[in-house]
Design a protein around this ligand. Sequence first.
Ligand code: F6P
Length: 323
Amino acid sequence: MKRIGILTSGGDAPAMNAAIRAVARKAISSGLEAYGINYGFAGLVAGDIHKFEATDLDNSIDTGGTLLYSARYPEFAQEEGQLKGIEQLKKFGIDALVVIGGDGSYHGALRLTEHGYNTIGLPGTIDNDIPYTDFTIGFDTALNTAVDAIDKIRDTAKSHQRVFAIQVMGRFAADIALWAGVASGADAVIAPGFDYSVEKIANKLKKNRANGKDYGLIVIAEGDANSDAAPEFIDQLKQYGDFDARATVIGHVQRGGVPSARDRVLASKMGAYAVELLLEGRGGLAVGILDNKVQAHDITDLFDAKHQADLSLHQLAEDLSFK
Ligand code: F6P
């Protein structure tokens, strides 16, 4: 093996650049060449590929977004798309790949391995929704962005004695909501996997008010991309009492920004490990971190598994939020 290709796919996540840097630098320091593939699988098919020199990745570890750009490219699910991609790999003499992205990207990684191009997947998504890893690259930064936003909202909520429903990202996953809910001391967390009653939350807010806490923070998972979960909750809440209430959708700000140190270290560890796996001639694997140990699992195992958020955080948020 001489040349490794790197691409990012799906939604961008903070510290993807740290992961790209780790793969490229580990490859170069192991005597290999590293090639960046722009725009994910779409760029692979189009041959938008360039060689990384060692210095190309200076000043990348602290940057947000993905310097390789990203794209959603469902066409790669078809054999025709895969064969076009393979033609490009042959043309550039790339023998193996690292794909950084969500679980959608792992299907492409598996197909390439089946075609004889060992490919390793790295979990890059703010949603933390990938099985066989406790954390994904980007989750920690997005969580901190969400908590920072909620802290700021608390200032205005207190000043105006208002209730805010704050919608965080995560698509179908509850992780950002659960962690942000505990970290910000929310009065309630609404997240996939948990039943809730708007009436009960309204009663709790009223009790809080009677006990001297005259503002409220409800953290709410979007539950689906770009949903209206928070505004809908506020509409319902107003039916149960006289609340001065607002909805805030934090939105795509959670996807950007300077990556946290924790995300940078995670990305660096995972990127370097991916190259080690390729050097051992292994492919079709997804890298994860479990109990603080970076490890790899067959990508096919991930398809049969479901990510499990730390559900205990929901009760914890509830237990600590009384007034
Ligand atoms: O998967 C990352 C994510 O930011 C989700 O949290 C969110 O639901 C979705 O992507 C938004 O997608 P888009 O950027 O296509 O609007």
